[in-house]
Design a binder for this molecule. Structure first.
Ligand code: SF4
Length: 74
């Protein structure tokens, strides 16, 4: 079974650089305020999602395992 993730974007940190959208377009999209929104937490694989979170210049993205609560990033 695929790992279920809880992905959050901190809107106080997100500067709309789109890096996460380019890295994991199945998960992230820019909203009408030009900030990242999670459109589907299962839209890309775990590796892509973590790559997107690691690539965020402001560390706005947090990723947790939905079932265990384990923090995967940061
Ligand atoms: S990479 Fe970070 S700052 Fe850029 S749009 Fe995504 S969440 Fe926002």
């Amino acid at each position: 079974m695929a790992r279920r993730l809880r992905i959050r974007v901190d809107y106080h940190r997100c500067v709309g650089s789109s890096i996460c959208v380019l890295t994991a377009p199945g998960v992230f999209a820019l909203n009408d305020r030009g900030q990242s929104a999670v459109i589907d937490p299962a839209g890309d694989g775990v590796e892509k999602i973590l790559e997107a979170a690691e690539g965020c210049p402001t560390l706005a993205i947090t990723v947790e395992d939905e079932d265990s609560g384990e923090r995967l990033f940061p």
